[in-house]
Design a binder for this molecule. Structure first.
Ligand code: NI
Length: 228
């Protein structure tokens, strides 16, 4: 499931992020990639261990934690520490690749299975030309370029690329989620059920017997499929 998640960051948080990114020590994007990816990757990234990265990671993680739609869609169990990249000038694209199935969290023994890939856009679409995130889906290629502060989540096993940025700079945060529900199809069904239930609650109220019954059905599906 490819999903557009709106307003993960507030305008204030976005301003703060942009201030930090403007002063940050950008470096080559390749150190965090596998061999195949590194051959098609041409962008800049913030070092994983610097103070600016830490500040920005806290900001993004707070945005995720308070977002109800993100939680329902991803059912996150583990989140890799967000990373930050920049495309523009001579370092302006990332060709077709697949993300590695497992991420290792630096300095820890923690492993994260990359069920879901996430990109939070930090530049407005009119600040740069090109730079679309192109995701191969069963429906064909999906071209994604979102407002600053918005996020796209998509299955970790998709072939994807970032088209060359031909004007300006594209700033983004990217990271991976290991979901409590491993199967994309099951996650999709649970998310749809949750969204329809929310709609029904506003229409007929929390205490309607059918709402109570369907809420039970939703949670019984969660219990059946979820590893907490
Ligand atoms: Ni990727």
């Amino acid at each position: 499931m490819l999903l557009h998640v709106r307003e993960v960051l507030t305008p204030d948080e976005l301003r703060r992020a942009r201030e930090v990114l403007a002063q940050a020590p950008w470096g080559d994007g390749r150190p965090t990639s596998g061999e195949q990816s590194a051959q098609v990757k041409n962008n800049e990234q913030l070092p994983e261990a610097c103070a600016e990265t830490k500040t920005l990671q806290d900001l993004v993680v707070r945005g995720l934690q308070r977002h109800p739609i993100f939680f329902s869609a991803a059912l996150p169990r583990l989140t890799s520490p967000p990373l930050f990249n920049r495309y523009g000038g001579a370092s302006n694209s990332f060709g077709n690749h697949v993300d590695r199935a497992v991420r290792y969290v630096p300095g820890t023994a923690e492993r994260i299975r990359t069920d879901i890939s996430c990109t939070v856009f930090l530049s407005e679409p009119d600040e740069y030309d090109g730079g679309e995130l192109n995701i191969e889906d069963t429906f064909g290629g999906q071209s994604v370029k979102l407002a600053a502060g918005d996020m796209v989540i998509y299955p970790g096993n998709s072939v994807h690329r970032v088209n060359p940025v031909t004007r300006g700079h594209r700033l983004a945060s990217f990271f991976w989620i290991q979901s409590m529900v491993r199967s994309t199809e099951q996650r999709r069904l649970l998310f749809d059920m949750d969204m329809h239930l929310m709609q029904l609650r506003t229409q007929v109220g929390e205490t309607d017997p059918a709402v109570i019954g369907l809420t039970g059905t939703h949670h019984n599906h969660l219990r059946m499929w979820l590893d907490a």
